[in-house]
Design a protein around this ligand. Structure first.
Ligand SMILES: [Zn+2]
Length: 122
């Protein structure tokens, strides 16, 4: 015997007729349901991608103006809209120093609210 988990459409809650494994009235309800379920994670991914892209653009603009290794203050970056909580990966050096990476750029948190920015060799 097959248990019927959904006797109502998962989108509009109308009673379903026909096959017991049916979950939706029709394609319209199926599409609406799937769009609703996907919307939240899609927004999250879009927002994080946007923040990472912006972080990279900020680091790139700072490096572009100077040498391949630049020291700025944490406040400088915040004013540009940099969001420290978004990084792509960590890069640990032999000495145990941890660089926070944003694609092909990385930064090191120094004392006194200073940040060392470097461009990674790709
Ligand atoms: Zn429906």
């Amino acid at each position: 015997m097959t248990l019927t988990l959904f006797t109502q459409c998962r989108q509009c809650s109308k009673n379903l007729r026909g096959r017991t494994d049916k979950k939706f009235c029709d394609d319209h309800c199926r599409n609406q349901f799937n769009n609703r379920v996907k919307a939240a994670p899609n927004n999250l991914v879009r927002n994080i991608n946007h923040a990472l892209t912006k972080n990279r653009r900020i680091l790139e603009s700072i490096i572009a103006e100077g040498p391949a290794l630049v020291k700025v203050t944490r406040e400088n970056l915040l004013q540009e809209g940099f969001q420290f909580r978004f990084i792509t990966h960590l890069n640990t050096h032999k000495a145990g120093t941890v660089y926070y990476c944003c694609y092909d750029y990385a930064y090191l948190l120094l004392e006194e609210e200073e940040v060392l920015i470097v461009q990674l060799q790709t």
